[in-house]
Design a binder for this molecule. Structure first.
Ligand SMILES: [Zn+2]
Length: 401
């Protein structure tokens, strides 16, 4: 059987090619994953890291250069033998690119990236979240289309970080408590049809976990949770090295666990959910209610910085509820670390220390022992790109197990 030409940068490759082709693609995938993890590398470094024979290493790199997955960097690097070695990196956006989109309650952002998955912030576009589903599709299509012009690198796909319950298999949004126009919508399919590129929807907390795995202290951990306390509240849990999806991918919705039986109405329709009392939004709402003015989070932050606003009571109460959530996560999952994502953590220099004290007071002692609380280093946009690239790289070839 003839091998299918790879002018399409490896996408759409055959699923069951003959053995030599399979081996070739396994090696291509290994080299790509190795460079994705370690960054730009020389041939000698890749040969050593993957354990393949030098001729195989050379042919694999040649294949990856020819098909556009890799580029040769302008810089050489001294090898162990003292000779300058060529450095290879994942394709930058001039050759091949991907797009990442973060959908949030008030604002969306779209940014291009090379195959290293690092969003290019200088080229990112931000736009207010449209009020309906068609408006969102049109806005994403319009902004994405601007990156797909001739002369730019070939776009291999678009990854989205989506709030709510996302069926990651089909890309359908089952329910989005703070953006109800997404409920039941086949977001992935609709965008794929319009853009004619690969589209991958990742639930936003899953995106945060992927980002933390790639960028942050979670790289070496097998038991950890990422808790998002920003506009809404959600959680991603990695247990024994595996992300906990639940039956349909809806696990981790700690934001809709009841914290106050007769509390405020939540976007999900219930009352007193944790996200109504333990998020950036909850804190802002509490401060606005006291001062009698509708402020944005930035306006609140600016007033605090100028000394015109004291939010100490509201911040302390919000941290109490965040600690209740964190102690629940500690008791339920016994993680090594919990990573927190949210702007309220920046509102006082000691928020993380206070959260440690408050969480320790509520969690079971042995469960909390040794648990590290960290600020998350990744973000949802980076995680959206990571989710897409996982699928794009998987199309190159099977992973060696
Ligand atoms: Zn709720």
């Amino acid at each position: 059987m003839e091998e299918r030409p790879q002018s399409d940068l490896g996408l759409g490759v055959q699923q069951n090619p003959p053995r030599p082709a399979t081996l070739k693609r396994i090696n291509m995938r290994r080299f790509l994953e190795e460079i994705r993890t370690r960054g730009p590398s020389t041939r000698a470094e890749l040969t050593r890291a993957t354990g393949v024979a030098p001729p195989t290493s050379s042919s694999t790199i040649a294949d990856l250069l020819e098909t556009g997955w890799l580029e040769q960097s302008d810089d050489d690097r001294a090898t162990a033998k003292g000779r300058p070695g060529k450095v290879f990196r994942l394709a930058s956006s001039s050759t091949a690119m991907v797009l990442g989109v973060r959908i949030d309650i008030d604002e969306c952002v779209i940014a291009p990236s090379g195959l290293d998955g690092i969003p290019r912030d200088a080229e990112a576009k931000r736009f207010p979240t449209p009020k309906d589903y068609d408006g969102l599709l049109q806005a994403i299509f319009r902004h994405a289309d601007a990156y797909l012009k001739p002369g730019k690198g070939r776009c291999l796909g678009l990854g989205l970080a989506v709030p709510g319950l996302v069926d990651e298999g089909s890309g359908r949004v089952a329910m989005s408590p703070n953006l109800h126009f997404l409920d039941g919508q086949p977001l992935c399919t609709d965008l794929q049809r319009r853009l004619e590129i690969e589209v991958v929807c990742t639930q936003e907390e899953h995106a945060l976990c992927l980002a933390e795995q790639r960028l942050g202290r979670a790289k070496e951990l097998s038991d950890y949770a990422v808790v998002d306390v920003s506009s809404g509240m959600g959680m991603g849990v990695v247990s024994g090295g595996s992300y906990i999806h639940g039956r349909r991918g809806f696990a981790g919705e700690i934001g809709h666990v009841t914290a106050e039986p007769n509390g405020q109405l939540c976007g999900c329709g219930n009352r007193g959910c944790m996200e109504t009392v333990a998020t950036d939004t909850a804190l802002l709402n509490a401060v606005c209610a006291r001062v009698g003015q509708r402020l944005s989070f930035e306006e609140m932050t600016n007033r605090i910085a100028r000394g015109n606003l004291d939010i100490a009571p509201e911040l302390d109460r919000t941290l109490d509820y965040v600690a209740i959530a964190l102690s629940s996560v500690t008791n339920l999952f016994n993680p090594e670390a919990i990573f927190l994502h949210g702007r309220l953590l920046d509102l006082a220099p000691d928020t993380m220390d206070r959260l440690r004290v408050k969480t320790r007071a509520r969690a079971l002692g042995p469960s909390f022992e040794g648990v590290q609380l960290h600020r998350a280093q990744g973000n949802k946009l980076y995680g959206a790109l990571a989710g897409l690239l996982d699928q794009v790289f998987a199309a190159v070839g099977p992973r060696l197990t």
